[in-house]
Design a protein around this ligand. Structure first.
Ligand SMILES: Nc1ncnc2c1ncn2[C@@H]1O[C@H](COP(=O)(O)OP(=O)(O)OP(=O)(O)O)[C@@H](O)[C@H]1O
Length: 273
C-alpha cells in the first residue's frame, strides 16, 4: 500500500441518487477519488456519466446521498464553491468568452488561490500580490506551460478546436486546483492531440519530485467515452451502466471484467437494432 492510500479521498460520493422526473440517472452510486490519482468514469450512452460529473461540480443536486471532500461532508455544493474548495472543471462546451482574448479568459480562472500560490512564488511575485499584472503573469505562465502562449492575444473563435480546449484547461489549472474534473476532454481531438492530452493529464497527477518538492499533485476525475484514453491514463476506473456502478478497478481489471464486456456489448447490440 502506498502512502497515498492512507490519506482521505479528495472527493467522495456515497449512495448518490439522481432522478429526472421518472428517469433514474444515478442509483446508489458510491465513489472516491484518491490523492494524486487519475480516476476514470466510463459507461455506455445514457449510463449516467454526465450526471455524475454534474453532481461532482455542483451543477446537479442529488435527491439523496452525500458528497465529501477530504473526509468532510459538502452539503449543498454549488459551482461557485469550487475555487474555495480547490476544485476546478472543464466542461464539454468549453465555456470560453468569445469576445475576450485567450489571456483574459485564463485570467478569469486565476483567483486568489493562484495569486498566493506556488506559481506566484516561482515567478518571484509577493504572495499577497493582487494586482492585474501579477494575475496576468500567472495566466501567461500557464499558457506557456500548455504551449499556447503564442495565442495569448487571439480571440477563441479564431483558434482551432484543440487549442481552444487547451485554453479551457489552462483556465481550469491556473487556480492550482488539487482536484480537476474533466468532462469528455478528448471529444473532437485527433489521435495525436488525444495522446498529448493524455501526457498532460498524467503529468498533473505526478507526485511532487525532489527537484520540485512543493508542486501539489492534482487529482483528476476524467469522465470520458474514449476508452483508449481512459485505459492509458487512469490509475483506476469506475464503470457505470443504467445509473449504477457495475465495476471498478485498474485498467487491467476493467479490461477483463465480464460485466463491463456485457454492458458494452449490450450497448452495441442495442445500437445495431
Ligand atoms: N436533464 C435531464 N432531464 C431528463 N433526463 C435526463 C436529464 N439528464 C440526463 N437524463 C437522463 O439520465 C440518464 C443518464 O444521462 P447522462 O447524460 O448522465 O448519461 P451519459 O452516460 O452521460 O450519456 P452520454 O454518454 O450519452 O452523454 C439518461 O437516461 C438521460 O436521458
Amino acid at each position: 500500500m502506498s502512502s497515498l492510500d492512507t490519506m482521505d479521498p479528495v472527493l467522495t460520493m456515497k449512495d448518490v441518487e439522481v432522478s429526472f422526473g421518472g428517469i433514474v440517472a444515478l442509483s446508489g452510486v458510491s465513489l472516491d477519488v484518491r490523492p494524486g490519482e487519475v480516476l476514470g468514469v466510463i459507461g455506455p450512452n445514457g449510463a449516467g456519466k454526465t450526471t455524475l460529473f454534474n453532481v461532482a461540480c455542483g451543477l446537479v443536486r442529488p435527491q439523496s446521498g452525500t458528497l465529501g471532500r477530504h473526509g468532510k461532508t459538502l452539503p449543498g455544493l454549488r459551482p461557485h464553491d469550487l475555487p474555495r474548495l480547490g476544485m476546478s472543471r472543464t466542461l464539454q462546451g468549453l465555456g470560453l468568452f468569445d469576445r475576450m482574448t485567450v489571456l483574459d479568459n485564463v485570467m478569469i480562472g486565476a483567483d486568489r488561490t493562484a495569486r498566493t500560490g506556488l506559481l506566484a512564488g516561482l515567478l518571484g511575485l509577493p504572495s499577497s500580490a493582487s494586482d492585474d499584472a501579477a494575475v496576468r503573469s500567472i495566466a501567461m505562465a500557464m499558457l506557456q506551460r500548455l504551449r499556447i502562449a503564442d495565442h495569448a492575444h487571439r480571440l477563441p473563435p479564431s483558434l482551432p478546436y484543440a487549442v481552444r480546449k487547451r485554453v479551457a484547461l489552462a483556465r481550469a489549472l491556473v487556480s492550482e486546483p488539487t482536484l480537476l474534473l474533466l468532462d469528455e476532454p478528448a471529444s473532437g481531438l485527433s489521435s495525436d492531440e488525444m495522446s498529448e492530452l493524455g501526457d498532460e493529464i498524467r503529468s498533473l497527477a505526478k507526485p511532487p519530485t525532489d527537484t520540485d518538492p512543493e508542486r501539489p499533485a492534482t487529482s483528476v476525475m476524467l469522465v470520458e467515452h474514449h476508452m483508449d484514453l481512459v485505459m492509458s491514463v487512469c490509475d483506476r476506473i469506475y464503470v457505470l451502466d443504467f445509473g449504477k456502478v457495475i465495476a471498478q478497478g485498474t485498467p487491467d481489471q476493467i479490461r477483463e471484467d465480464p460485466a463491463v464486456l456485457a454492458a458494452y456489448l449490450g450497448n452495441e447490440v442495442a445500437h445495431d437494432n
